[in-house]
Ligand binder design. Structure first.
Ligand SMILES: *Cc1c(COP(=O)(O)O)cnc(C)c1O
Length: 346
């Protein structure tokens, strides 16, 4: 079954044996009635971890971000986000399609941040020509910026700027626990300045499905209605939430191992001629590999060769860039084999 070394993403992680057992034994009820004890437990645990009043279990990170934006914004409102942000690039345009919310994108710096002066300059004046600036979204860790973590201090500065203009801050913390582990702080510290935060259980934390949106009690009550509207009322969802509980209890601290393996992978790949890395010292669990001009292959062709000849799966980002993500199912030997595959394939 584990024929391939799958470095495409940490979303490919299968549930652990402890998760399978917890799922089989989970106490269940109808979550739309608020009666699933396992979902309730997960939501409470998640809220505590994020330092927020309440949590809402959702089907995916995409749904969590969408529900957050719909809860914060009305139709015609504007949301400020990074050009390289997941919500802008990879969520099927949901905030515009389903929320009538207008995205205002700004450049991301290489560390995933958005310059404070760019945000300030993007805020709309009160004028009938303009949409109303309602929300800022930050992403931590920042996926397209190489898995870079944003500090609590930076997040606080953005929150305070947003507050000056009556705007809210949503944190897309899909990998906020990777950020916390990378920076040696708690996830609650990183989430504290934000009005709302989404994090994924289904990535490095290995749960099969789900994310949790956290925020203040009234916000989550409103978000709960929007989740239902979007078709996200999942009934006996405790069977899924049970894996999420195990994810929070057992899978957070070990993310440091994934980061160590990402550094190991990067330092070895960096020695291969024709290859250069976005970060020779990756900040979290992602390694972005650039192919120099002298390599007579596109990233896509190399990915196919790695797959067909070496059973190594990698993500293709662009013509000349690949992404490799370490996770629970990638051990030291898998790292060695992946490096060897690159050496031979090139
Ligand atoms: C994965 C991810 C999401 C949500 O993804 P889903 O696949 O919908 O769970 C959101 N933001 C970021 C930064 C992500 O990496």
């Amino acid at each position: 079954m584990k024929k391939y070394i799958d470095l495409r993403s940490d979303t490919v992680t299968l549930p652990t044996p402890a998760m399978r057992a917890a799922m089989a034994q989970a106490e269940l009820g109808d979550d739309v009635y608020g009666e699933d004890p396992t979902v309730n437990r997960l939501e409470q645990m998640a809220a505590e971890r994020m330092g927020k009043e309440a949590g809402l279990f959702v089907a995916s990170g995409t749904m969590g971000n969408l529900v957050a934006v719909l809860t914060h914004c009305g139709r015609g409102d504007e949301v400020i986000m990074g050009k390289l942000g997941h919500t802008f690039l990879f969520e099927a345009g949901g905030v515009a399609a389903l929320g009538g919310v207008h995205p205002h994108t700004l450049p991301n710096q290489p560390d995933g941040s958005i310059l404070l002066e760019d945000i300030r300059a993007a805020v709309r004046a009160d004028n009938p020509h303009f949409p109303v600036s309602r929300l800022v979204i930050l992403e931590n860790t920042h996926n397209r910026c190489g898995g870079a973590p944003l500090t609590a201090e930076y997040t606080r500065q953005v929150a305070s700027l947003a507050g000056e203009y009556g705007m809210k801050l949503h944190l897309d913390g899909a990998r906020i626990f990777n950020a916390a582990v990378a920076l040696g702080v708690s996830a609650a510290d990183l989430a504290a300045p934000a009005d709302s935060v989404t994090f994924c259980l289904s990535k490095g934390l290995c749960a099969p499905v789900g994310s949790v949106l956290c925020g203040e009690g009234g916000f989550i009550a409103k978000a709960r209605r929007l989740r239902k509207m979007l078709g996200g009322g999942m009934r006996q969802a405790g069977v899924l939430a049970a894996a999420g509980v195990v994810a929070l209890e057992e899978m957070v601290d070990r993310l440091a191992e994934d980061h160590r393996r990402a550094r190991q992978l990067a330092s070895k790949l960096a020695q291969i001629p024709g290859v250069s890395l976005k970060h020779v010292m990756p900040p979290s669990n992602m390694v972005f590999v650039n192919l120099d001009e002298q390599i007579p292959m596109t990233a896509d062709q190399l990915a196919n060769r790695l797959k067909n000849d070496f059973q190594v799966l990698v993500g293709v980002v662009s013509q000349k860039q690949l992404r490799l993500v370490t996770h629970y199912w990638i051990d030291d030997e898998a790292v060695e084999r992946a490096v060897l595959a690159f050496e031979r394939a090139l």
